[in-house]
Design a protein around this ligand. Structure first.
Ligand code: SAM
Length: 375
């Protein structure tokens, strides 16, 4: 496959993303509908062009800005961004980045694309701030640095080179930090029994649970995601019962579970590498709504637990609200919840739970808290 064809596919996906499509969906469509003849290497290149250009959009636009006048058509802008990303962030030789991008640019704009990319390749630039250089909205940059200091800065930089996890032994591809959550659940509940996973789709954590569980219930509120979950458990953990419903009003009796997992909907700010467009979609206000749901899910999970049962709360984010305030408020409401120390091997101690920052091991950022129900 010629380099231009990979770039054509990537350019098309980038146009769709700029008009509102989700990056993972646009990429998957490009690869499955037109990219079936691609080699593994070409697929990886298309993926990098699409995800990397999307992720690094702020830096790329800053580098392009001095050389473009006025409004650009989406197809021209997408070609320019893709070319500039290769020049700025990939090791593509500049002449190849320019020539191959010009070849897939709209015919009417090839002169412009050629001239602008040559300028980007040959000019020095000073970044106005690190949020622009490392391509994050200001509020995310400030939130990480205010919360974590230098660690926050390193975490953000690490998320621009996301984890490429190896498949698990059963073939499912799951990030390492998610696997460590599964290990913490299994370790805290050695006697197994009935486990309810209240927020289960797509099913990565459900399907990773140890074999000592006699019954696994996987609940999910979103019917289309529940269908995905059903397919996944059918393949990787047959015998799991899938339930579609709101986990804040779960259809289970009081005290019926030996363990409950709340892998809660969250801001996802620890997984910004894996979801290249997430940093441009999530708003600070969304966190306020999410923490309400997280608290309600924890309370409902506690209702389902039998005495001495184990509750696990995990989120792929590292905000103070979601990883400190929500667990702390839960403990205030539920006096019979005694926190369990998470294994220290991987997790930094974080209040009464644990956290992994993206630069610790090159994984998603993740937080986990566990409690035993006393009465
Ligand atoms: C972080 S994801 C879960 C990931 C999953 N545990 C895994 O490891 O593959 C959170 C899930 O919770 C679902 N969700 C959101 N609100 C919910 C609610 N009130 N009740 C149940 N599920 C909910 C979302 O649709 C999403 O699928």
């Amino acid at each position: 496959m010629k380099a231009t064809t990979s770039r054509q596919l990537a350019a098309q996906a980038l146009i769709e993303i700029s008009s509102g499509a989700r990056a993972n969906d646009a990429l998957a469509a490009a690869l499955t509908e037109q990219g079936t003849d691609l080699t593994v290497r070409d697929r990886a290149f298309v993926t990098e062009l699409v995800q990397g250009t999307t992720r690094m959009r702020r830096a790329v636009d800053y580098a392009l800005e001095p050389y473009v006048d006025g409004k650009l058509d989406p197809d021209v802008r997408s070609a320019l961004r893709m070319g500039a990303h290769q020049i700025l962030h990939l090791r593509t030789p500049p002449h190849a980045a320019v020539n191959d991008t010009v070849a897939v640019a709209p015919r009417r704009a090839r002169g412009l694309v050629n001239a602008v990319l040559r300028k980007v390749a040959t000019s020095d630039r000073e970044w106005p701030n690190e949020a622009t250089q490392f391509s994050y909205p200001d509020w995310i940059w400030n939130l990480f640095v205010d919360t974590w200091g230098e660690d926050g800065r390193l975490a953000l930089i690490a998320m621009n080179s996301p984890e490429q996890p190896d498949p698990r032994s059963d073939g499912y591809v799951q990030g390492q930090a998610s696997q460590w959550v599964g290990e913490a659940i299994d370790a805290a509940s050695e006697s197994g029994g009935v486990i309810v996973d209240l927020c289960a789709a797509p099913g990565g954590k459900t399907t990773a649970l140890g074999s000592h569980w006699s019954k696994v219930w996987a609940n999910e509120i979103d019917p289309s995601r529940a269908r995905l979950l059903q397919q996944l458990v059918h393949r990787y953990r047959p015998g799991t019962n899938v339930v579609v419903g709101d986990g804040t009003q779960a259809p289970f009796l009081d005290g019926s579970a030996d363990a409950v997992l709340v892998d809660a909907p969250c801001s996802g700010l620890g997984a910004l590498g894996r979801r290249s467009d997430a940093r441009w979609r999530i708003s600070e206000q969304a966190i306020t709504r999410l923490i309400e749901v997280q608290g309600a899910l924890l309370d409902e999970a506690f209702r389902l637990l039998r005495p001495h049962g184990v509750l696990t709360y995990s989120v792929c984010t590292v905000t103070q609200e979601e990883t400190v305030d929500v667990p702390r408020a839960f403990e205030t409401r539920q006096q019979h919840a005694a926190s369990i120390e998470v294994p220290e091997l991987r997790w930094r101690r974080h209040h009464k739970g644990g956290v992994v920052l993206p630069h610790d091991y090159g994984t998603d950022g993740m937080a986990v808290f566990q409690w035993r129900r006393l009465l």
